[in-house]
Design a protein around this ligand. Structure first.
Ligand code: PGA
Length: 255
């Protein structure tokens, strides 16, 4: 199965012109590659990026970085799943640790958002990840933490809710995000198997894909992709440099 690469642009770049140029450059690198590639720009650039995809005939998919759980109404500053669908968005990242940290998103909020997104035909990329203090106690302790994040985030969701859609989990140890200290690929692979098993035990089926996120670069990508249980990567900083992201695409294609 093709590897998945998601470029999470976070709150970048600074202007629409830059967003257009970045998307255009990535399209060129992505052309005819056997990799499933998603770009996740800020809301304000979704339309711009979507137009670039159309103009270049790109197969890349459009991903949002957040969504609200209601579909319409008096919710100042929020964007609904229905709006995202109408902009051509197919996937949404939910539960990212930066939203948990800066916006106070709780597991309850993440759960509401996942239900709403799946209910409106949006594929979900659910981010989970432990703090350094937890991981320092060992991988088994980290696993229990991840299990509880999955249980809270997916509470009340069953296979029928996911049917026809993709629920992808991104394992992103918080201490590895933006720090240059990526996880050990073999530890991520073990965590990935554990996440897949946990989803199985929760009665959600067997066909889940788990991505790794946290300081992925063209230097370390191959080590992660070589692990058969790691289905791809959620890339932050390296996704803002088209040439660097292009190298990661090239590497992903080999696996
Ligand atoms: P990073 O970010 O690649 O810059 O570490 C990953 C993420 O937060 O998704």
């Amino acid at each position: 199965m093709k590897k998945i690469l998601v470029a999470n642009w976070k709150m970048n770049p600074n202007s629409r012109d830059e967003a257009e140029a970045l998307a255009g450059a990535v399209c060129a690198y992505a052309k005819n590659k056997e990799v499933e590639i998603l770009l996740a720009p800020p809301f304000v650039y979704l339309d711009t990026v979507s137009r670039v995809f159309l103009a270049t005939g790109s197969q890349m998919k459009l991903c949002a970085q957040n969504v609200f759980w209601e579909t319409q109404g008096a919710f100042t500053g929020e964007v609904s799943p229905t709006m995202l669908r109408s902009e051509g968005v197919s996937h949404v990242i939910l539960g990212h640790s930066e939203r948990r940290k800066w916006l106070g998103e709780t597991d309850v909020v993440v759960n509401k958002k996942i239900k709403s997104a799946l209910g409106r035909d949006l594929n979900v990329i659910l981010c989970v990840g432990e703090q350094k203090e937890t991981r320092d106690k060992g991988l088994d302790v980290a696993k229990l933490y991840i299990k509880s994040q999955l249980q809270y985030a997916l509470e009340g969701i069953n296979t029928a809710d996911i049917s026809g859609l993709h629920l992808i989990v991104a394992y992103e140890p918080i201490w590895a995000i933006g720090t240059g200290m990526a996880d050990k690929p073999e530890d991520t692979a073990e965590m990935s198997r554990y996440i897949k098993d946990t989803l199985g035990f929760m009665g959600l089926g067997q066909n889940f894909r788990v991505l790794y996120g946290g300081s992925v670069t063209s230097e370390n990508a191959a080590l992660f992709f070589a692990e058969k249980d790691i289905d791809g990567a959620l890339v932050g900083r390296a996704g803002l440099n088209a040439e660097e992201f292009g190298k990661i695409i090239e590497i992903a294609q080999k696996f």
